[in-house]
Every structure is written in structure tokens, then in C-alpha cells.
Ligand binder design. Structure first.
Ligand code: SF4
Length: 508
């Protein structure tokens, strides 16, 4: 019988005023969080059966202090943006003298600045977990279990059963870790490596089977940082297996993922993704400025005509969501208009534009330290993205701040006219595949009722009604998706309004 038997796994709260939280959209579909804490339930799967496990995702439920008191140890995993809540949980554990074990991106890159944690897992836990549990039992656990890049070919299925599934808008699975590229601002390739490690595709099918048996019927996010990092394997192993699985399950799941732009170079890959059920993909586009792309080492975007590439992906039935960055050394004063024009032209409704910030552990961070341009050595969760950067920019900071405000205001402000115009562009560009057309069930019907009884009376109500009528006529087949875009628009509108008022905007 282990001494440490009752383990509490906690996922701290995200700040709610972020674009990615989808807080204001989730209310329409009665869900609490967009995605589950996959890292935490992956760790949960590493415990032997003799342990009692409880997962508390503070984004969907509140943390009961009694759960901490009753636990023999607390595991906590967080990203930098969750730092505030992370610190509060650690303080509670310390108050009750419950040992704390921390892992995840925040612990990995900033453990030297974190207090109150007994044991750290840096990087990925799989290889060291068993020896850690033994050490813990024997009272010999070390303070730090250093970074490791385990073979994940046959990892066990994450403990989806520990989640309150109905609270989430989508589920997550992971096929690969690592990215072959080396963008200067990014810590992914530093933490997970440039050599792609994959799960065997059968493992993914087992995960889908598990979710299916648990009754999950909504969309699934492949959380891979670059889904096409190892294109050949994706094309030849995973996608045919997914297609087969979907066929056997009446094409039940709609998938989405993140990828580099070079996905557009490969027609077989794009058609394989479309046929397997992918209907949207997030791309790190960053900037239309070639000089800035070169500066940050994003050569895969320089090689191609980005607008043509985006159009091509859309033609394969996948919405493109885009990440954009402003604040590179080579950004001239016209960058704000260039970003706006590019995003509008490309028909990217969900364009996440952030100011460049130097994350610890990145090449950018190292360069800025050398150039003595870093302003805050220790980033905290509250300034992941503000209307300012954490280093001395080449552009006058006031010009940068004003220009950035203009970008946000134009994309999501006023009366959402530009947002709806991007949605229209996308809807007209994209073929109405089975996977793009959302199924209409009770939840979708209720979302429509809520939307119709609320959105016409908002400051953007006229544009909303115009958008609905236009697409009821033009894109009736995908009307449920049209409603969903309207609801997401409401979220972007609210967040942008708050951000511009407060002068603070967070993104993760
Ligand atoms: S392509 Fe994306 S994940 Fe890969 S290094 Fe660049 S920013 Fe990071």
C-alpha cells in the first residue's frame, strides 16, 4: 500500500480576458472551457492502479480546499499565463503542508523563480515518472527531475474518464511532439526538440475509441504544435487510419489542429486531412513582412506566397486560423495597415494578433539579454501580452501601442463589420464538406435561440442580422457554422472592447 495514495491533480485557472478562452462564446453552448488539460490527464495515466486520483480543472469547477487537505500530494501543471492561479494553489498546498509536484511549460522554463514547490518535472514526465514515485515513497525524491525527451510511440491513453466531459467544447489528443523549425521567438523546439517523436497511429485510434465509448460526440483538437512536422508519417500512417476509423463511426468527429504553412505545398496531405475529418487549422503566419519573417527565422513562410497558400488550404475545406505578431525589429510604421489588409484579404475570421514578447528559454530572449534590451527578466502571467512588449523595441513604443490598438479595433471593433466580412469571404471560398457543416443537435438549436434573442440588440446587431440573412440565402447548407461564427464574433467583440479599455490584453 503506497504511503502517497490520494493524489490530487490540479489545472490552474486561465485569465478569462483572453481571445483563446472563448469565454463569451462558450456561454451560448453551455460549456465552461474550450479544451481539457491534456498534459495533466496524460500524467494521470502514468500512475499505477493502486492510486486514488482526482483531477480538478479550475477552468470548469472551483477548487475545494478540503480536496487539498485530503490529498497526500498535489500535482500541478500550468502555462505561464496561468501563473497567478498557479501561485495561489501552491500557497494553499503550503498552508496545509501538502507536498507539491509541478510540471508543464511554466515549471519547465521558470522553475528557478518559483517558490513553494517540492519537486519539479522539467519537460516530459513519461520516462522518469516511475522512479519519481518510488523516490517519493522512499522519502528520497529529488527537487528537480530534469528534462527528458521520451519515446512516445506506445504511451498509454490519457485518463479522459477523470474529466467532466460535458463542461468542454472540444476534447484533445496528441499525435506528435516537437517541431523541425526554429523560429526565434518560439520555445517549442527548445523544449520538445526538432526531431519529431510520434505515437503509433494505433494509439490515436485507441484514444478515439475511448472518447467514443465515454460518449464524446463533439470536435477533437490535435494539440501537436506542428501536426505536419513529420509529413510522411501523417500522410501514410495516421490519415488513412483516421479515415477508416471515421468511416466505421459514421464520420462522427470533426478535427482541428496547428501546423506550419508548408502544409499547403502538399496536395495529398491536404486531401488526406480533409477526408479524415479536419475542418480547420491554426497557422503561425506571423507577419506579411518578408524582412521580419527572415529576422525571426520563419523561412518556411518566406518561401511561399502566403495568400495563395491560405486560399489553397481553404479550398480543401479547412478554415485557416492565424497567429500574427507585431513588434519585430524590421517592422516599419506601415506594418499595422499591412497586417490588417493581409488578414482581411485572406478571409481569416479568427486572427490572433499579439505583440512580440520574449519568452524565457527562447533564442529571442537570449539575443535580447545580450543586446541589453530586455525590460522584465521575469515575465509573469499577467503580462503575457499587454499593449506593450517586455523588451526595448526598435519602433517607438508609443507608435507601436497606438498601431496595435488600431489593428485590434479594425479587426474586431466598431460594429464587427470587418469580422463578418472575413467570415463571408471564408464561407464563399470554402467547399461545404461534410466536416465543415456542423451537425445540428439540441445544443446547436439552443445556441441559435440564444443568439437570436440577444445578438440583434447589441451595438453590432445590424451587421449580425445582415450576416445571417446573407448566409441563410447563400450558405444555407452550413448555417449552423454561420451561427457559430456569429457567436465567436461576440466573444472577440467583447474581449477587444475590454482590452482596449483596460489597455491590457492576454493571449496564450
Ligand atoms: S513553426 Fe511554430 S512550433 Fe515550429 S518553431 Fe516555428 S513557431 Fe514554433
Amino acid at each position: 500500500m503506497p504511503r502517497f495514495k490520494n493524489m490530487l491533480l490540479i489545472y490552474p485557472e486561465f485569465p478569462s480576458n483572453t481571445y483563446w478562452s472563448f469565454k463569451y462564446a462558450l456561454k451560448f453552448i453551455s460549456r465552461k472551457s474550450a479544451i481539457p488539460p491534456l498534459g495533466l490527464i496524460t500524467v494521470a495515466a502514468l500512475f499505477p492502479k493502486s492510486y486514488n486520483l482526482k483531477v480538478v480543472d479550475m477552468n470548469v469547477e472551483s477548487l475545494d480546499e478540503n480536496d487539498i487537505k485530503n490529498a497526500d500530494a498535489v500535482f500541478i501543471s500550468a502555462m505561464l499565463v496561468q501563473k497567478k492561479s498557479f501561485d495561489e494553489v501552491v500557497a494553499l498546498c503550503n498552508k496545509h503542508h501538502v507536498p507539491v509536484i509541478a510540471g508543464g511549460p511554466h515549471a519547465t522554463t521558470s522553475h528557478q523563480d518559483i517558490t513553494g514547490v517540492d519537486h519539479f518535472f522539467l519537460g516530459e514526465a513519461e520516462d522518469m515518472f516511475e522512479s519519481f514515485l518510488n523516490d517519493l515513497e522512499n522519502g528520497t525524491a529529488k527537487h528537480i527531475y530534469p528534462a527528458n525527451r521520451p519515446d512516445i510511440t506506445h504511451t498509454t491513453t490519457p485518463r479522459f474518464d477523470l474529466l467532466k466531459l460535458k463542461k468542454y467544447a472540444s476534447m484533445s489528443v496528441q499525435y506528435s511532439r516537437g517541431c523541425p523549425f526554429n523560429c526565434e521567438f518560439c520555445d517549442i523546439w527548445k523544449v520538445y526538440g526538432r526531431k519529431i517523436r510520434l505515437k503509433h497511429h494505433e494509439r490515436i485510434l485507441i484514444e478515439l475509441d475511448t472518447l467514443y465509448k465515454l460518449g464524446w460526440r463533439d470536435s477533437i483538437f490535435f494539440v501537436d504544435d506542428n501536426f505536419v512536422g513529420y509529413k510522411q508519417k501523417v500522410k501514410e500512417d495516421l490519415l488513412p487510419a483516421l479515415m477508416q476509423w471515421q468511416k466505421q463511426h459514421k464520420n462522427i468527429y470533426r478535427f482541428y489542429t496547428q501546423s506550419s504553412l508548408n502544409i499547403a505545398e502538399d496536395d495529398a496531405l491536404l486531401s488526406g486531412m480533409r477526408n479524415a475529418g479536419f475542418n480547420s487549422v491554426f497557422l503561425g503566419i506571423e507577419t506579411p513582412s518578408e524582412l521580419s519573417l527572415k529576422e525571426t527565422g520563419k523561412f518556411q513562410n518566406v518561401k511561399t506566397n502566403m495568400l495563395t497558400a491560405i486560399r489553397k488550404i481553404q479550398k480543401y475545406g479547412m478554415e485557416v486560423m492565424g497567429g500574427f505578431i507585431i513588434g519585430f525589429d524590421n517592422d516599419a510604421e506601415d506594418i499595422f495597415d499591412r497586417q490588417i489588409n493581409f488578414i482581411q484579404k485572406a478571409g481569416i475570421p479568427k486572427a490572433m494578433v499579439g505583440l512580440l514578447n520574449a519568452l524565457p528559454g527562447t533564442d529571442l530572449y537570449t539575443r535580447l539579454v545580450k543586446e541589453k534590451r530586455l525590460l522584465n527578466f521575469s515575465l509573469n502571467g499577467s503580462n503575457t501580452h499587454r499593449l506593450q512588449t517586455n523588451f526595448m523595441t526598435k519602433m517607438n513604443p508609443e507608435k507601436l501601442r497606438i498601431g496595435y490598438r488600431k489593428v485590434l479595433e479594425t479587426l474586431y471593433g466598431y460594429n464587427l463589420k470587418n469580422y463578418f466580412s472575413r467570415c463571408n469571404k471564408l464561407l464563399d471560398n470554402i467547399p461545404k464538406t461534410h466536416f465543415f457543416a456542423r451537425r445540428v443537435r439540441f445544443n446547436e438549436f439552443m445556441a441559435l435561440v440564444k443568439s437570436l434573442s440577444f445578438q440583434p440588440f447589441t451595438p453590432y446587431g445590424y451587421q449580425y442580422v445582415k450576416f445571417l440573412i446573407r448566409n441563410l440565402i447563400k450558405n444555407r447548407k452550413v448555417f449552423a457554422e454561420v451561427v457559430c461564427m456569429s457567436i465567436e464574433g461576440h466573444h472577440f467583440y467583447k474581449i477587444t472592447k475590454q482590452a482596449l479599455k483596460l489597455g491590457t490584453i492576454k493571449s496564450y
